[in-house]
Design a protein around this ligand. Structure first.
Ligand SMILES: [Zn+2]
Length: 586
């Protein structure tokens, strides 16, 4: 049986130019060799698997090469180079400080340094994971590092630069290695696949590149494993997903479609499928956040380059991004992020994610009602349904249910927009009800709606009976309600309602003097509005409290103003007024 050589070793670069993704390092090193400006101590910093040791080895080989090329690369044919390539060279000494970090290990190394090289010009000492050296070992090493013999070159490598003591840092020339870009990793994987005659799907290689998180060595290990897994077959995206146990991004695309079509049923079914495939809910939700982030990047040509994906996937992102508004994505990201943050503390994790999904499927309609989404309504309905969304036969819908739903959504909208702009006319609301929902979803949705602080108390039929309301009628019922409060002994609430109101379309604007009044208003707003909506037969009626701070120099004029002024100064007065059921009289 032929020995299998892992790709990371087999395709370890033999020259600087083959080092992937670190041109700033290799160019500097080549120039230093060419100009004979070589430092005696280097510190190579950067994440694991990005080529630190590889660069160190190529450097050692090049400076000992007998026929360095014009391009300052090792010839790889001379005696020195071949001994390096076969790992027999005595001019290179590698110490893994992770496992050899004692003073004794360093003493052995320092002892070695004393002997000049038998062949070649330089002896190169590579100390990997140098931050693992004990303090005593560091100190034993300092002297040598400070005054090394002319033939000795030290290359210290570390993944944790901040752990290196300043005395070492100041004696080294520091090189910062970059995380390797997925596209560079993909390029390298393609190269290896071609060399090995392996057929592949580009998406599969991108997935490996992403999974490797900037470490080429990890990507190569993944590649090797998947190649072994498919055993001579095509390295497909599906096989890679299966092997790496990664959620296929098509799930996220489908799910976002469900959100854009405000179809909670489809969203929950997709989530169920994901869970049944053995994926963790937390991974799913972080993946979903990532997906929304990618869509945000896909909205702008300028940020499109931040998307690390195969071109075909990029295109998919662009298409979906065009359908989603920035406002939608922003809210979606926020919801997904909140779900992620609270996932660990949730007792019912599945429900926790499901509630977030239901919320996600409602962003679009809430926005459309508020008129803030750029997407026209037509876009929403002309969209072809995705292949995964549940077939219509499964979805039951009775007119009755739709009615309740209509009301629920209407209420939800009101709940969200209290104190802001007035909602769109009821006619527009009804056009949004085309979506069909799963029966069991209705239950969930209802329970979700109940959690929302809103005033959803009016019966369904009220929606359709919108009548024009007059200023007089509002004033009349407003006063009736105020008197009820007075009878109940709620004097502060009563005096609050005694202030000026104006009616703009279906919004009552109440002028407030300060934040205290705002708090008082918040306490009675729900009841008050329920009362007014019912008696005025106007479910769309809104109340907006506007704080108009009294100008500092304005003197209180009416008795009420004087009283308010005094309450500002002596808040206890309010208590007296309430306890004694007093009323301010002009
Ligand atoms: Zn050579």
């Amino acid at each position: 049986m032929k020995n299998f050589v892992v790709s990371a070793r087999k395709y370890r670069p033999a020259v600087f130019d083959h080092v992937v993704g670190q041109p700033h390092i290799t160019t500097t090193l080549k120039n230093a060799i060419k100009d004979k400006h070589l430092a005696q101590a280097f510190l190579f910093c950067g994440p694991r698997g990005v080529g630190k040791t590889t660069c160190a080895r190529i450097l050692a080989k090049t400076i000992n090469c007998q026929q360095v090329t014009v391009d300052t690369e090792p010839c790889n044919t001379c005696a020195s180079c071949t001994s390096f390539n076969s790992g027999r060279s005595l001019n290179i000494y590698e110490l893994d400080a992770a496992s050899n970090n004692s003073v004794e290990d360093i003493r052995v190394l320092v002892e070695q340094v004393r002997y000049s090289p038998q062949a070649g010009q330089y002896k190169v000492y590579i100390i990997d994971e140098v931050h693992m050296l004990s303090n005593a070992a560091f100190n034993a090493f300092l002297k040598t590092l400070e005054e090394p013999p002319s033939y000795a070159i030290f290359i210290l490598a570390t993944t944790e630069k901040h752990k290196i003591i300043p005395t070492i840092l100041s004696r080294c020339q520091i090189f910062d290695f970059h995380r390797i870009q997925p596209k560079d990793i993909v390029q390298q994987l393609k190269h290896i696949a071609q060399q090995e005659g392996i057929t592949y799907e580009e998406e599969a290689l991108y997935l490996m590149g992403q999974k490797a998180d900037g470490a080429l060595r990890d990507a190569l290990s993944i590649f090797d494993l998947v190649v072994t897994f498919v055993s001579g077959q095509l390295v497909s995206l599906q096989a890679t997903l299966e092997h790496l146990h990664i959620l296929d991004h098509s799930y996220y695309f489908k799910l976002t479609d469900a959100c854009l079509q405000h179809n909670p049923g489809a969203a929950l079914l997709i989530y169920d499928e994901i869970l049944r495939s053995g994926f963790d809910g937390h991974h799913f939700i972080t993946g979903l956040s990532e997906h929304f982030r990618n869509l945000m990047m896909g909205q702008d040509v300028a940020t499109l380059q931040l998307l690390e994906a195969a071109d075909s996937v990029k295109e998919q992102y662009q298409i979906q991004a065009a359908r989603a508004s920035l406002a939608f994505l922003f809210k979606a990201l926020n919801i997904a992020n909140q779900c992620d943050l609270h996932y660990k503390n949730s007792n019912n994790k599945r429900l926790h994610v499901e509630v977030a999904l239901i919320e996600l499927t409602h962003i679009q309609e809430v926005d459309q009602l508020a008129g803030t989404v750029k997407n026209p309504l037509t876009q929403l309905h002309s969209k072809p349904s995705t292949p995964t969304t549940t077939p219509t036969s499964v979805l039951a819908s009775s007119p009755q249910r739709k009615d309740t739903e209509k009301n629920n959504e209407k209420c939800k909208n009101e709940g969200k927009t209290v104190g802001s702009a007035s909602p769109l006319p009821a006619k527009k609301v009804s056009t949004l009800q085309a979506t069909i929902k799963l029966p069991q979803i209705d239950q969930l949705k209802k329970s979700f709606d109940q959690q929302q602080p809103s005033s959803c108390s009016q019966p369904p039929e009220r929606i359709t009976t919108q009548l024009p309301i007059t200023q007089e009628a509002v004033h009349q019922h407003w006063e009736t309600y105020a008197k009820k409060l007075k009878t109940a002994g709620k004097m502060s609430e009563y005096s609050l309602l005694n202030q000026d109101i104006t009616l703009a379309d279906t919004t009552i604007v109440l002028q407030l003097v300060n934040a205290v009044q705002q708090d008082i208003l918040a306490g009675i707003q729900e009841d008050l509005m329920a009362y007014l909506r019912k008696i005025l037969q106007c479910p769309a009626l809104e109340l907006k409290g506007v704080v108009v701070p009294a100008e500092k120099n304005t003197k209180p004029y009416t008795a009420q103003e004087k009283f308010n002024y005094l309450v500002e100064k002596y808040p206890d007065l309010r208590m007296f007024q309430e306890k004694l059921c007093l009323e301010v009289q002009d």
